[in-house]
Design a protein around this ligand. Structure first.
Ligand SMILES: [Zn+2]
Length: 304
């Protein structure tokens, strides 16, 4: 039986559960790897461009000692069963407490909800649809299905529009709708696409901005995205890839960039604003010096 997925309806990260099934997956130099299914779980399995949650399962041994088992990975199989991958076996029927790592979850929620918002703003401001989304440990990207690279002015406009919505603190709410109604929403243009899943469809609404058929985890208010910054834009096969970061990632990226720039400025003994001009002047000087060197070498007697 498929587990009750707590993340669908609640932000709860801890939950009591019973081990329903456990199977040995592999055995290698790192030891044994087991997959565990629970009757209920707050752990998000990889899906929709969003990576899995990590955390621990805590069981009580017969001696009364607490056994804390790290969850390395969480995946969903084709039958819709959610599997927690662990390095220690647990007993079938055992009561455990699941605890999701909250820093990782919050980070994913910020990037993922920020992606919904950014995609909605690209569509609204530039008519540019998002064709795919990727969230990694270092970077988050969306691919825009457009031929032309958005100009820097356009990117700045989209970025500011998204940040205004963040500052407005709009609520995000979850609705479960019947497939027929979801199809009607697509016809009306309220939903862009539907997942290939049977039964009721989970629709996430960002108030006044968009509806999105999505099974991922989100913040419950746009304010909690905490800000979005667009970074690199590069050409990919299906259009243009836009790298962005939200919340704490944006703060860390800004801090890292400033330290880098400040370090360069100190090395050059100029203010940060003057770095580009100073670097350009140094390159010119280097070019001139190389020319001079070549000239002087030509004056030397040929080597014996
Ligand atoms: Zn989502």
């Amino acid at each position: 039986m498929a587990a009750e997925r707590l993340y669908y309806t609640s932000a709860q990260l801890d939950s009591d559960a019973t081990v329903e099934d456990i199977q040995l997956v592999s055995s290698d130099e790192r030891g044994q790897l087991w997959q565990v299914s629970l009757n209920r779980s707050a752990f998000y399995p990889t899906g929709g461009g969003q990576p899995f949650d990590t955390g621990v399962l805590i069981a009580t041994a017969r001696s009364g000692a607490l056994l804390e088992v790290p969850v390395e990975r969480v995946e969903e199989d084709e039958r819709g069963e959610v599997w927690h991958y662990v390095r220690k076996p647990l007993l079938e029927g055992a009561e455990v407490q699941g605890r999701v790592d909250s820093a990782r979850r919050v980070d994913h929620e910020q990037q993922h909800s920020g992606q919904h918002l950014l995609s909605a703003m690209f569509l609204r401001e530039l008519g540019a649809p998002t064709v795919s989304f990727h969230l990694g440990a270092e970077s988050a990207t969306i691919d825009l299905g457009v031929k032309e690279r958005p100009s820097d002015e356009d990117l700045a406009r989209v970025e500011e529009a998204a940040n205004r919505v963040i500052a407005e603190g709009r609520p995000l709410t979850v609705h479960w709708v019947q497939p027929e109604y979801a199809e009607e929403m697509v016809r009306r243009g309220d939903l862009r696409k539907l997942p290939e899943r049977e039964g009721p469809i989970r629709v996430v609404q960002m108030q006044g901005i968009e509806f999105n058929a999505c099974g991922g985890t989100h913040v419950n208010n746009t304010g909690a995205i905490g800000g979005v910054v667009i970074r690199r834009v590069e050409k990919v096969k299906q259009g243009w890839r836009v790298e962005f970061c939200c919340g704490l990632r944006a703060i860390r990226a800004a801090r890292r960039d400033y330290h880098l720039l400040d370090g360069i400025a100190r090395t050059l003994s100029v203010g940060t604003k003057d770095v580009p001009a100073r670097v350009a002047a140094l390159l010119e000087e280097k070019k001139a010096a190389a020319k001079e060197l070549k000239k002087l070498k030509a004056l030397l007697p040929p080597e014996a």
